[in-house]
Design a protein around this ligand. Structure first.
Ligand code: KIV
Ligand code: ZN
Length: 523
């Protein structure tokens, strides 16, 4: 039995952040990168440095402060991009430049308006220039899966000669099927001279729901790096989900190599950090995880049908192919209450792995007391939600909910009044609406003087029971950009108001910093 390592390349902060509506502040990116290092990813793609000053700064800070993984920045094949990426990753102990250019006929003709000869030359020059910043250079022929094979082979061969050390094969538009992708990787492995000295990488998008299957088909045929994002975030339908890739390898390590069950695949991932990482990314991006999401969804380990419950109680393996503990869920029914006190609260936070400063701990404790007053039993999931809501808020809080009053009368229109605090003043407003949430939102608009369009609204219970903590998620938009906000409370109207204000704060923070990811549309 031999072991082979699969390199986990995380692109949550680059491709993941390109998901519409997912916009992270620099501090939030750094926090995610620290958690990714704890998770044990091998490579962090921290951003696309040339695209905006904020992207450059985020990549540079990650390179400076996050130790362990290789830090990479994305660059098109021009000198300005490569220079920005080179400078941004310079502080990292281990650094990589990831450069790309499209090689498919449709992209070359319509997007780049370049001939094959021009594209080939640009790819080679880019790799050579990137080598002047670091030895570790990755090249991606964008839209590789719709490129003509002979040209793909020609470009990859030339890039290897120019010094590329990793060759990434993106299914940019999520078009290919697992069998075809496997064949493509096998073909490249056999026909590109010198490819045996490079790492072949997968980068699959999920437009047809095949991203994970395609990535694993790539691995089965020789790829040894998988590019993926936490919770499957990314452009359109997203990227291959990191947690699914890792747990597939963890659960079926001997069955992923073509015709050879003696090779056991491994990763450097500490699977016990998967759940925490997934929650953090969801919280900071505002992207809710669907309950039936593989591995990290709320129902991923829930058994409802009588036959299943009976089976699991007799032997967990009857219906569980992985245990919740493997991904870092406690599996405990530990409960805190108002009388647990500061000590009990602090202890449980530590046991759950939260590292909070004294101020953060105090802040979270005060919110815990408020919630414990209304909800007698506070479960681990509630605690995590409280901490995330209190601590991982948008860096600049412009508006804070000080008071909310909503009156519902079955015979009359609901009314709401709010008090909103800013740095300098407290503003009050009242409004009526179609329903209690609508009334609260109208009042908030009036008090803040902001009137973004409400695009989406949802509410879910974090734990079960009538006293469950509710979590509201809203999506708002203004000037063509969307922003997501979340809020929790035992009262769903209050959770909704908090979520709306959180989204407005994210919008204001992005607008004041001018953190517009200008080049999103070009990728
Ligand atoms: O999907 C894609 O092709 C990309 C490249 C930049 C690697 O994200
Ligand atoms: Zn991509």
């Amino acid at each position: 039995m031999s072991e082979e390592k699969i390199i986990i390349f995380d692109t949550t902060l680059r491709d993941g952040e390109q998901a519409p509506g997912a916009s992270l502040s620099i501090t939030e990116k750094l926090e995610i990168a620290q958690q990714l290092a704890k998770l044990g990813v091998d490579v962090i793609e921290a951003g696309f440095p040339v695209s905006s000053p904020a992207q450059f700064e985020a990549t540079r800070l990650v390179a400076e402060q996050v130790t362990g993984p290789v830090i990479t920045g994305l660059a098109r094949t021009n000198q300005e991009d490569i220079e920005a990426a080179g400078k941004a990753v310079a502080p990292a102990k281990r650094k990589r430049i990831h450069t790309f250019i499209a090689t498919s006929p449709i992209h070359m003709k319509h997007k780049l308006k370049k001939t094959r000869t021009e594209v080939l030359k640009m790819a080679v020059e880019a790799v050579k220039y990137a080598k002047t910043f670091t030895d570790d250079v990755e090249f991606s022929p964008e839209d590789a899966c719709r490129s003509e094979l002979p040209f793909l082979i020609e470009v990859l061969t030339a890039c290897i000669e120019a010094g590329a050390t990793t060759l990434n094969i993106p299914d940019t538009v999520g078009y290919i099927l697992p069998y075809e992708y496997g064949k493509l990787i096998e073909n490249l492995k056999s026909n590109v001279p010198g490819i045996d000295k490079c790492i072949i990488s997968t980068h699959c998008h999920n437009d047809l729901g095949m991203a994970v299957a395609n990535s694993l088909a790539g691995v089965r045929n020789g790829a040894r790096q998988v590019e993926c994002a936490v919770n499957g975030m990314g452009e359109r339908a997203g990227n291959a989900a990191l947690e699914e890739i890792v747990m597939a390898i963890h659960t079926r390590p001997n069955f992923l190599i073509l015709d050879d069950y003696t090779i056991r695949l491994t990763t450097n991932i500490n699977t016990k950090e998967i759940h925490r990482t997934s929650q953090l990314v969801s919280q900071l991006t505002g992207f809710v995880i669907q309950p039936n999401k593989a591995v990290v969804g709320a129902n991923a380990f829930a058994h409802e049908a009588g036959v299943h419950v009976d089976g699991v109680l007799k032997a967990r393996a009857t219906y569980e192919i992985m245990t919740p503990e493997t991904i870092g869920l406690s599996g405990s029914t530990f409960v805190l209450g108002r009388h647990s006190g500061r000590h009990g609260f602090t202890d449980r936070c530590k046991q759950l792995g939260f590292k909070l400063t004294d101020t953060e701990l105090e802040q979270a404790y005060q919110r815990f007391l408020e919630i414990a007053d209304k909800k007698k039993e506070v479960f681990d999931e509630d605690l995590a939600a409280i901490i995330n809501d209190e601590i991982h808020v948008v860096a600049e809080i412009t508006y804070q909910l000080e008071h909310l009053r909503v009156v519902i009368d079955t015979d009359n229109t609901p009314t709401a009044s709010v008090k909103i605090k800013t740095k300098d003043e407290t503003t009050q407003a009242a409004a009526c609406g179609d329903g209690p949430v609508d009334a609260a939102y109208e009042a908030i608009k009036d008090a803040t003087g902001r009137s973004p369009k409400l695009e989406d609204y949802s509410i879910r219970a974090i734990t079960s029971g009538k006293e469950a903590l509710g979590e509201a998620t809203v999506k708002i938009s203004e000037k063509g950009r969307t922003y997501i906000g979340r809020g929790i409370s035992t009262d769903i109207i209050e959770a909704s108001a908090r979520a709306y204000i959180d989204a407005i704060n994210r919008m204001v923070s992005t607008q004041t910093k001018g953190e517009q990811p200008e080049l999103k549309a070009e990728l």
